[in-house]
Design a protein around this ligand. Structure first.
Ligand SMILES: [Zn+2]
Length: 137
């Protein structure tokens, strides 16, 4: 579980309609709020891509062409699924990954980010179901 902070919204990991398990808002979240930071291990991009090839889920956030964060054993933010109409976004600051809400998010909503904004290039089908879904990510 995420550590409890009094001024932070509560998040919960639940079964997702998009993929596997997802991260959900257990309480309403205001717009532009920092939800926390993705934890993981700093890895080299080339090796990490080879290791991830063929896997169903993406747990890699690439900072540049050399370094990425492998969050496969990180905190609950590793369950953030992709949506082509994401309600959250990632801010990459040096080698840290912060998670923010875009607009206000209702309690019970699944939190999503747009992987397309994080330099990820994969050949996976997108199942987000959002209007305007790009179909692949
Ligand atoms: Zn989509």
């Amino acid at each position: 579980m995420l550590s409890r902070m009094p001024d932070r919204p509560q998040l919960a990991v639940r079964r997702s309609r998009i993929h596997g398990r997802g991260l959900f808002a257990a309480t309403a979240i205001p717009r532009r709020m920092k939800l926390g930071e993705v934890s993981g291990e700093l890895v080299r991009v080339a090796a990490a891509r080879r290791a991830m090839r063929g896997r169903e889920a993406i747990h890699l956030v690439e900072f540049d062409h050399r370094w990425a964060l492998d969050c496969s054993r990180g905190n609950d933010f590793r369950h953030l699924n992709h949506s082509c109409r994401a309600n959250c976004y990632l801010r990459l600051i040096r080698r840290r990954v912060e998670v923010y809400s875009r607009g206000a998010i209702a309690a019970g909503s699944e939190l999503t980010v747009d992987y397309g904004e994080t330099q990820h290039r994969g050949g996976m089908a997108c199942a987000c179901g959002a209007p305007g879904c790009r179909g692949r990510l």
